[in-house]
Design a protein around this ligand. Structure first.
Ligand SMILES: C[S@@+](CC[C@H](N)C(=O)[O-])C[C@H]1O[C@@H](n2cnc3c(N)ncnc32)[C@H](O)[C@@H]1O
Length: 245
C-alpha cells in the first residue's frame, strides 16, 4: 500500500501536499456539494447523519469540526445535538465561503463559527472541546499522525473523537463495484463537472492508500486516544471511527 502522505493531487515535487490539497479544494469548492450528492447518489447525507448519531450519547456542548469544508457535518451536528457552540475550521478559504453562506441560510450563525486554519497546527487550547470530529478530512492531511495528535490535544479528557472516512469494501460485490466506480466512472464525471482533471483521480488514489478499519483505529490509539472502535457503512464504502481521550 502506498504511503498516504505521498499521495498528492497534482504530482508536483515543488509544492507540498498541503499546498496542493488547499489549491485543489479552493478550485473545486463551487462544485463540491453538487458533486457529492450526484456521485454518491445522495448517500453522503445519510453517512453524515449516522456519524453524528454516534455523538448523541456523549451530548457534547462544545464541538470542533476539523476540515469542515462546506460545513455539512457541522450543520447536521448543530441540528441534531443542539450544542452551545461548534467551531468549524478548514484550510480552504473557498470551501469556508460556501459553508458560511449555508450556515447563515440555516439560521445557525450564532452556533457555528467558521475559521481558517491548519489542522496540523491548531490555535486552540489544550483540553478544549467536548467532541472533535472530521468527515472525509483526515485522508487529506499532509501528516496524518500530526493532525490526529493535534485533534487529541484539543479534546478534553473524557471527550470523544469521531471520524468519518472512506474505506475499502472487502465483500463481493460491493468491493468490485466500488473499485470500478471509484477508479473509472467517478474521475470522468468529476473531471467534467469540477473542471479539475486530477481532483477525482486523487480521491481514488488517496482512498486506496488510506489505512482503514482496525489499522486506522490502531493509529488513533497510537495518537493517544483510548477504546477506538469502528462501524462500517454501506458495505464498507465508508467507516465511522470513535475513540475517547
Ligand atoms: C473532502 S473535504 C470534506 C469536507 C467536509 N468535512 C465534508 O464532510 O464534506 C476535505 C476538506 O479537508 C480540508 N483540509 C485538508 N487538509 C487540511 C488541513 N491540514 N487543515 C484543515 N483542513 C484541511 C480541505 O480544505 C477540504 O475542505
Amino acid at each position: 500500500m502506498q504511503d498516504i502522505t505521498k499521495v498528492t493531487p497534482y504530482d508536483s515535487t515543488e509544492e507540498s501536499k498541503k499546498g496542493q490539497v488547499t489549491r485543489m479544494f479552493d478550485r473545486i469548492a463551487p462544485y463540491y456539494d453538487l458533486l457529492n450528492r450526484v456521485l454518491s447518489a445522495g448517500i453522503d447525507v445519510w453517512w453524515r447523519k449516522k456519524a453524528i448519531d454516534m455523538l448523541k450519547n456523549a451530548a457534547p456542548k462544545t464541538i470542533l469540526d476539523v476540515a469542515t469544508g462546506t460545513s455539512d457535518l457541522a450543520i447536521e451536528a448543530a441540528r441534531k445535538l443542539k450544542p452551545d457552540h461548534i467551531t468549524a475550521m478548514d484550510i480552504s478559504v473557498k470551501m469556508l465561503d460556501i459553508g458560511r453562506n449555508k450556515v447563515e441560510k440555516a439560521g445557525l450563525g450564532n452556533v457555528i463559527s467558521l475559521e481558517t486554519g491548519d489542522s496540523e497546527a491548531m490555535r486552540y487550547d489544550d483540553n478544549n472541546f467536548d467532541a472533535v470530529m472530521a468527515a472525509f478530512g483526515v485522508r487529506n492531511f499532509e501528516n496524518l499522525e500530526k493532525g490526529l495528535k493535534e485533534m487529541y490535544r484539543v479534546t478534553r479528557p473524557g471527550g470523544m473523537v469521531m471520524i468519518l472516512e472512506f474505506s475499502k469494501p472487502v465483500a463481493f460485490p460491493v468491493k468490485q463495484l466500488f473499485h470500478l466506480y471509484f477508479k473509472f466512472v467517478l474521475p470522468v464525471i468529476g473531471r467534467l463537472k469540477s473542471k479539475d482533471r486530477k481532483a477525482y483521480r486523487y480521491l481514488y488514489e488517496s482512498v486506496q492508500a488510506f489505512p482503514d478499519y482496525r489499522n486506522f483505529a490502531d493509529i488513533l490509539e497510537r495518537c493517544g486516544y483510548k477504546n477506538a472502535t469502528y462501524k462500517a457503512l454501506t458495505g464498507g464504502i465508508c467507516t465511522i471511527y470513535t475513540a475517547i481521550k
